[in-house]
Design a protein around this ligand. Sequence first.
Ligand code: NAD
Ligand code: MG
Length: 339
Amino acid sequence: MKIYYDKDTDLSIIQNMNVAVLGYGSQGFAHAHNLRQSGIKNLVVGLRETSSSATKAREAGFSVATVSDAVQNSHFVMILLPDENQSDVYRTEIEPHLNEGATIAFAHGFNIHYELIEPRSDLDVIMIAPKGPGHTVRANYEKGIGILALIAIAQDKSHRARETALSYAAAIGAGRAGILETTFREETETDLFGEQVVLCGGAAALVQAGFETLVEAGYAPEMAYFECLHELKLIVDFFYEGGITNMWYTVSNTAEYGGLSRGHRIVNEESKKEMKRILEEIQTGVFASEFVTESLAGAPVVKSKRRLAEAHQIEKVGSRLRALMPWINEAKLVDRDKN
Ligand code: NAD
Ligand code: MG
């Protein structure tokens, strides 16, 4: 795969455009701040008048407009609304106001890949997808290290879509870390798989099940928290810097033997079969339509599962223990008052 860096990009392309960032959540906050700091002068954040995000964006000094006004005055529109709202907002508030030949951009391929949005043919349709949470996109920019991002082109009416995507990627700081080109399909399917199976779904379920097993066996919840959640970060840091073998190198021989001989009893052939089934649900669009239905119904599954997750003993023990570890709070990425 070819990797692009700042030197392969032309920041002035995006600096000379009127840019609208729609949404000011996890990604919108980070993009807006990074774009402003990268010298994008004509920048507007598009939001509903009534949203709490609008107050936060105004307080951060951004010019805020309704979605349709923001779109109307822009050449470049980055859509950072929740995936489940995008097609509705696109139809009613975005497309009717898009200038001829404008560029629309996404940070995830979901709506284009599953054809929930079918853009007009005069538009450029691109993706700039940072490979990390919005809070990290901002924090890394501030540290000067940036974050990896993927770009993809779905429609290239202008024959300049790649240059535009690279320019925007550089403006959010990705050119310092690396920019890779992919397709909407590949980004969408691998992203969904990663978050469902390994990163969010799999990791959270593994931690909770480990915690419950220890607590049910009569061990102190504090011990179970440290062992199954807190230390996970310390272990993942070794994965991150040198791969899985780097982790085996640093842990004790006891941990290495125990882990190598037991790990595959936990994640085994059966688990892998389930991973393949989950991948098929993603590839066939079964997951996408399930998610759309869930949203139309007012997100009943998410709401009830979120309540259960919040009520889990691991959260209560965790918040007590984290209060005793001030360094965690000091290095915090998420500040709910700002975004
Ligand atoms: P979010 O839920 O954090 O924020 C959404 C924003 O859109 C909020 O400011 C909200 O007020 C606004 N909004 C919601 N409905 C609206 C409407 N009808 N009209 C106007 N504004 C509306 O969303 P997010 O997690 O930042 O996700 C945005 C996009 O970025 C998605 O495509 C997502 O897949 C992608 N993405 C997110 C992350 C992440 O770290 N969260 C990582 C990579 C890609
Ligand atoms: Mg992802």
